[in-house]
Structure formats: structure tokens, C-alpha cells
Design a protein around this ligand. Sequence first.
Ligand code: MD3
Ligand code: FE
Length: 219
Amino acid sequence: MSDTSDLFADQAPLTGTRTPLGPQAVVLRGWALPQAPALWSALQAVVAQAPFRHMLTPGGQSMSVPLTNCGALGWTSSRAGYRYRPDDPDSAQPWPAMPPAFGRLARDAAQAAGFDGFAPDACLINRYAPATRLSLHQDRNERDFGWPIVSVSLGLPAVFLWGGARRADRCLRVPLFHGDVVVWGGRDRLRFHGVAPIGAGRHPMTGDRRINLTFRKAG
Ligand code: MD3
Ligand code: FE
């Protein structure tokens, strides 16, 4: 487990810049920084209603990254497979509503990246502890791949792995910091991607965690 505090040193001068990852994928550096405290407090209300939990993979393993959802639909994994559902399987209640600050940020970031009219109905929330990772995968459980995905990083930094159309394609390693927003759409929507093991560290807002919000139009 590497210490990533050195990564923080490079963060401030990047704020406000754009890092293109592909023809239709871009990192908006620090885009969410002004909203971060509001996002954090809205998140506390979401997790009070729908706590983070380790879901089972279709193969029966416990996922190392605990997750929860808000919005009309939530992404779930179980022995039966991956699917979006309107209810939290743990409580049998609807997922918490999408906080207005979440929906606005996702719409505005999508627009800034050239995708007008993005109205996400699902927000998947991943929580990473140091040493946890997300292995290479594609996101293909959504109905219409024409809509982009918007991701917001909070807390500890991560190295995002950005691959190609095939699993074996080489990955670009992209550092993502607190407040960074990434928008992926069009031809880049089905690329393989993952998250390298999180390094040890402490962030003033999240403690020793990284939180990632991913906004999707799933239904
Ligand atoms: C690129 N989450 O939940 S963010 C996921 O940081 C996921 O928690 C990562 O991959 C995380 O599925 C990466 C965003 C992300 C989401 C969907 C994508 C990147 C994507 C779909 C296509 C290409
Ligand atoms: Fe993904």
C-alpha cells in the first residue's frame, strides 16, 4: 500500500483544468470542490436511510467495495446477477431520493462536457478503504448507452485505470482527486475501466476513505 499524500501536492494547480481521456471522456478538475460540503452532508442523509453494504457477486464472493444508491433506480449485485432495481434489497424500501444538489451537479457537469439534457435516475455510491480496488470491467447494465456517465470523486485520491474496448488493452493510469468530476459518453462509454488499490492517507472531509458517486440514466 503506497502513501498517496505526495499526490495531494499536485492537486491545487489543476483545479479548473480539463484532462481529455478520449474523444468523449473528460476530467473536469476540481469541478465539485465548491459543492463538496453540501454533497457530503446530503450523502450522510442517504446513508442513514440506505447504509453501505457489501453485495455478493454472481459467483458468490463478497465485493470488497461497499456500496449504496440513491435515485429512482439502484445498481445491485447478487447471486442472480447485476441489475437496477427500484427498491433496496436490504430494507425492501425505495432507494433514498436523489438529493437536488446531486442531480444539479451531474446535469451541469454533463452539459459542460457537451451532453445536454442529462437527467440521471440512478446514483451508485462506492466507498473505498485503503488497499481496496475495483477490478477492470465495463458498465453495461444501463438501457441506453447513448447517455453519459458522470462520476464525482471525494476524499482520498485514487488512480483510475482507463482501458480500451477489450479487456486486454493497455490501461492509462489517471490520478483522480477530491472534487474531480469525470464525464464519459459516446464512443468511450463502453471502455474497460477500474480503480487501482487506494493508498493510505487521511482526508479532512472523509477520513481514510474515498467516495465515488456515479450518475447514470439506467431506466
Ligand atoms: C468509464 N466506479 O461504479 S468511476 C463503477 O471510482 C465504477 O468508483 C469507479 O467504475 C469508481 O462502475 C470509476 C466511473 C466510471 C463509471 C462508469 C464508466 C467510469 C466509466 C463507464 C464507462 C467508462
Ligand atoms: Fe464502472
